[in-house]
Design a protein around this ligand. Sequence first.
Ligand SMILES: Nc1ncnc2c1ncn2[C@@H]1O[C@H](COP(=O)(O)OP(=O)(O)OP(=O)(O)O)[C@@H](O)[C@H]1O
Ligand SMILES: [Mg+2]
Length: 664
Amino acid sequence: MPGRRPSPAGLWWPRHDAVHGPARLASPAPAVCSRWRQRPQKNVAGGVTACKRPRTGAAPAVPAASLAPGATQAPPSGRWARLWARVRGDSLVRVLWLGRPLRRRLVLAVLASAVATGCGIALLGTSGFLLARASQHPNILAIAIAVVAVRGLSVGRGVFRYVERLASHDAAFRILADIRVATFGRLERLAPAGLRTLRPGDMLARLVSDVDATQDLFLRGVAPPAAAILAGTGAVIACLLILPPAGAALAVGLLAAGTLVPWLAAARARQAGLRLAPARGEFTAHFTDLMSGAADLHAYGAVDAAASRAAGAGTRLAGMERRAASGMGLGTGLSSAAAGLTVWAVLGLAVAATGTGALTRVPLAVVTLTALAAFEAVTALPTAAIQLGQARASAARLTAIADTPDPVGDPAAPLPLPAGPVRVRLRGAQVRYEPGGPLALDGVDLDLAPGKRVALVGPSGAGKSTVAAVLLRFCDLSGGAATLNGHDLAAYATDDIRTLIGGCAQDPHIFNTTIAGNIRLARPAATHEQLAAAAERAGLLPWIESLPQGWDTPVGAHGTAISGGQRQRLALARALLAGPPLMILDEPTAHLDPDSRHALTTDILTATQGHTTLLITHDLDGLDQVDEIIALDHGQVAARGTHAELLRDGGLYRQMWLSAHPPG
Ligand SMILES: Nc1ncnc2c1ncn2[C@@H]1O[C@H](COP(=O)(O)OP(=O)(O)OP(=O)(O)O)[C@@H](O)[C@H]1O
Ligand SMILES: [Mg+2]
């Protein structure tokens, strides 16, 4: 798809200006990433959500080649080309590359930083001149320019420092927002099949801490070193003009403090810097596991073991932070030592020159204080070097997400969605989750004609949810065909497919918001009447209206403040509000007592009358109302027909029915 890069580097980031419109400002609410729904294009506040990826063929995020450092269709040939490709494939360079659209702001930050540092150096040098000259009791006119210069430089220093901070932070935060949106978009695209190996806490750490860490790249990795070179060179030239040996000593001191010291500090903190981001991810993962699984851990007396695992991860993280801090301490100490030694050397040389008459007392003060102030340019560099190491590790974790291949591919030129009724078919469908693994589906045929209701039943692990995953394009077929109105399902954009096919997942997520908020996320623009109609069809309306807070009743995290049956009905109401042309309901009656199951099944069958529906269920009561029942076993169709036919024919369905309704 044009919005993504087919590159070895594979980084997929949106073009800066593509996300800096109003669309970027809306926070990507978790709600919009619910797997089974019609995708809302607007969030509750009315802003466009980040979850709505650019449709295939519609305005893409960015031309592939323009974003791919080192992106080439063929492997580069030649030593330099390979080296260049490696540099551009480096995670840090790839993140840095994102700053291109803001290069003017970054250049402004560098120049303002250099001028501010230069003002600081000149301020001290001029002050030295002023004090030394004033001690000679000259005519006031002789020092008038210096007095004005001191005032000008002190004001200029503050103004330029402000400009530098404004420009660099503005650029860094804009890029940060882009990276976060792009990372979120990528995670959304990979969910659910592509995220199996990532723990939720680790994912959160990448989205929050690792994205935050990349700001150091722009705040400390770009402006300070460039400004140090400019301002340091200026100070050295000034000292060389006054006293060449002092200028040379300052050059050596600045070079040592600006290169050797950061290198030593970074070397001390390197291991910690590389491991800090993964350690933070590990700690967050343990901590979120501990919190989200607290009830089960308590129930099985496993709290202590889980808490000690989290504490161990916390100790490892603290150890690495200590080591990184010790590197910063080393850098600061060595930097001060280099500054002190250099200033003493410059002072010694200047005093010696004064003794020989080569220098008078006034330039002595100027050259010494200039040398002292020049170190302001390099003091931040050791910390910057360490933070760059950490930013590199974070950038690698982010680009790893960007490079994870899509579990389900989008076609280069997707077909437009059909306008009329939707007919979905599976023919000989096969699914294998792992290469060489067992077939989760093996030769399944399914016909979902407009208005037809099909029930999919079978024992646990038979492949029922896998059928739903195929239709929703969460996984690709390993064999056979899946078609929508006669065309391959894979020929449509996945986002488009999910506007036609949706419903209610086996474990629907209930968000920690109000009843209305949970239902409305399927269609943020729905009116209250539409909301109430969906709730009524799901059998929720009398209950909602009986609540003191009504629609505004909070449901708690994961819906813990309402009952299991109410949660299921809430998810059903959400699916009914979305009203996709083909509705898939995966075990909507799970976890309910027999009476509630029966009542909910009755409500579902009433609500879906005349609507193309695939009902996946273990509950056989009421299935005499659906057009076809397919019994799956070990991924294969064991029986198909109506309720009466299947009971008459015997086989798996009859066995299931008899075990739920024993004779007598
Ligand atoms: N993401 C996955 N990765 C690997 N194997 C999977 C994955 N999802 C399902 N499977 C396997 O595929 C088979 C079919 O699983 P599926 O979830 O479709 O069963 P099901 O009929 O929906 O079961 P249940 O009634 O318990 O929900 C099972 O053997 C399961 O272990
Ligand atoms: Mg299932």
